[in-house]
Design a protein around this ligand. Sequence first.
Ligand code: PEP
Ligand code: MG
Length: 513
Amino acid sequence: MTEPTPTLTATTFTGLPGAPGRAEGATCLLRRVQAAVSAVPADARLADAFAAAHRRLADALTTADATLAPLLDAQRLMLDDPELREGIAARVKTGTDPVAAARATAGALAAMLEAAGSDYFRERAIDVRAVGALLAEELAGETPSSRVPAGAVVLAEELAPLDTARLADAGVAAVVTVRGGPTCHAAIIARAWGIPAVVGAPRAILEIPDDTPALVNGDTGVLVLHPAQAAGTSAAPVGRQRAAPLAPRIPLLANVGGVAEAARAVELGAEGIGLLRTEFLFLDRATPPTEDEQFADYTAILRAMAGRPVIIRTLDIGADKPVPFLPMEAEPNPQLGLRGVRLCLRERALFRAQLRALVRAAAVGPLRILLPMVAGADEVRQCRALLAAEAADLGLPAPPLGAMIEVPMAALAAGELAEVCDFFSLGTNDLLQFLLAADREHAGVGYLHAADHPAVWPLVEHVIAAAHAAGIPIGVCGEWGADAAKLARLLALGLDSASVAVAALPRVRGWFA
Ligand code: PEP
Ligand code: MG
């Protein structure tokens, strides 16, 4: 008796929007290597694997953009961590297969980091597991990209930054992961590469057989299997979702992390830079960047922008963006701790060097300075006094100074804050995180970010009104700027500009057509 042919019906898995766009393809589970057989002595295999993993990261770094490079660098440092090396060697000595030893050691270290319970350590746990997987692949002599066909919808437990870049190179159609939230590093990199992504999907996706037809909607966070069988909308033809044209027309700016991205932003028609995340320029530095080094970086970006306006944000380090040149004490809640402007006001020498570099660079092109994590007017007053002192010392004018609105207290006190600021920039990523008490990196609470919570809009409306009452402009530089529905609503409230990831520029520009 022959088995009856199973009836294929559309199945929907709901996760969270990771990176926008829709794509269709056959599924392919990103499998990790489980075991290896080799006649080479274990010690030599280990040494070779570490060297090869270093080479692969170094190779990837040669083409990495400003978003990916610091993450790859962090993994390179992790490869040199004695705990990892010695842990693997100890397991191998007791007879464990090297591939399994690499996974087990990395897994144990990752579990310890995850137990620390902060965003920063959760991201590092992903890095450690990624480094373990990289070593395991080298030990087994396999690479996952060779098993991922172009055009595939890749399903994975989680993706390390290197995975995402490698998959982008392999030309995959879309990615769906179990771990990670909408603003996790993998999602940010998928957005930068223009790959639709769904994150925080149910673990059941790991059971989906290879070659199952699938449709990924990164705008809504939905994965549909057998989409041809789906009724109505989910079977709609694939293509970038086109939102209704927005009016009125406002300047469309870019969020960048360095000069290469700035140049790309110009090619894609950006009318300026709404957010240069300066911490991305220095994440991998062992020594603090000097005033002259910073001046060189900022002027290179101003030149790439050829007269277009540039908003440069002062260092937003701490929390999920630590830097090796400024060792910090472990904090129980780093997102709520010494970060952004709070850290700058404590590390005066570092902050003064940045302010001086910015004052000097402002002579080269139209530059405004943006302060991150501002909680109140007093912080802006202190920064303005420091800026004025450095400008006076240099005999140059102080550039305009603005504040990110990303702390609820600052949003609520926007009227008072607007009195001491030259402009506002809405940081919806952090504002939502703090307002909703929902970690932006945590898949389990990402649904709160995805929902339209009634508490959010009145506050945003209040901020925009307060800016305009004080006669200062307000833009958005958080991810809401690249969300058609949210942007339309912000425009209706009178928003003055939108700054979005470089890869989102063509899509957002299309909404203005
Ligand atoms: C934000 O918080 O919305 C923002 C743009 O800043 P970052 O994502 O760098 O925290
Ligand atoms: Mg922020």
